[in-house]
Design a protein around this ligand. Sequence first.
Ligand code: SAM
Ligand code: SF4
Length: 335
Amino acid sequence: MSPETNILVDQFGRKHDYLRISLTERCNLRCTYCMPAEGIVLRPREEFMRTEEVMAIAQTFVDLGVKKIRLTGGEPLVRKDAGAVIELLSKLPVELSISTNGILIDQHIDRLEACGVKAVNVSLDSLKRERMLAITRRDYFDRITQNIQLLIDRGFDVKINNVVTKGVNDDEIIDFISWTKETPVAVRFIEFMPFNGNEWDWSKGVSLDDILKRTTDHFGVFGFERIADKPNDTSKNYRLKNGAGSFAIISTVTNPFCDSCNRIRLTADGKLKNCLFSGSETDLLTTLRNGEDIRPLIASSIQNKKAVRSGMESFDAFSNTEEHGKNRQMVAIGG
Ligand code: SAM
Ligand code: SF4
């Protein structure tokens, strides 16, 4: 391993070769668990990375050993030059993927395909229009579901992200799993996570154990099977017997998977976050704009990464919403 590659290895031996880049804090939805109804305070354009700055920082990470880049946001596809960023990043020797709410997929699908993007994660919290309207506070259900079908038809590796909350959409767990019987999608149930301003309270959450119990009650112990997780997977993966797709549970709250974490995040305003839950950040953009080397900053951020959830190891510590007040709203992090 070259000395430079070591920069991405933290004190617990975890190698951070997966960079998630937020392209914008803006979004065309207002999901209740992610951002307030009124949106977030928009800041001047100059505070955010320009395309060439995204590229310069991404190139530095690739030189250091990053192998995988995921574009996220906010909604990455609302950025005006999202297409140009995708094209430029696709020239780097990385596996490029994207997380999107799906609304603008039809406008970008040809480019995604041409750029070799194979994996697309789409948020879908309900299979019912009225409910999606209540959760996302916008009426885009038809476009989202049509675009999911388009991605499937065009052979993309489609993952569906579903944030499960009690009394809101937890009665659809079985419907989502049943969807994977004939359809080649991977549905991922995500435990509701705490962020600044999202009124988190675990009494609204639905746990890994609870989801598995409901699955077993409905399909029986032999109706579904555990399938192998990929290295660094954040999810525990399952498949219905003879299912075309699969389903998974991301249990950040009740069973964190930090010991195999290989992720680092770059916010749209050029700050490096060594953990989704870290209250502190490292400003790479200002240093880049000053013409200075950003590598020492990357090195110290990685070295300062805590073992579990930015130091909130116990459930009690993690449940202290004051701690999450120091973090950003999810929409401004890049999940
Ligand atoms: N707009 C894109 C989308 O919706 O996929 C990308 C950004 S979004 C912040 C990334 C993922 O974070 C989505 O799958 C969303 O469901 C998830 N997310 C947002 N807030 C969350 C929360 N409080 N708990 C769990 N997942 C959350
Ligand atoms: Fe927008 Fe994605 Fe957040 Fe929903 S989850 S508000 S689509 S960034």
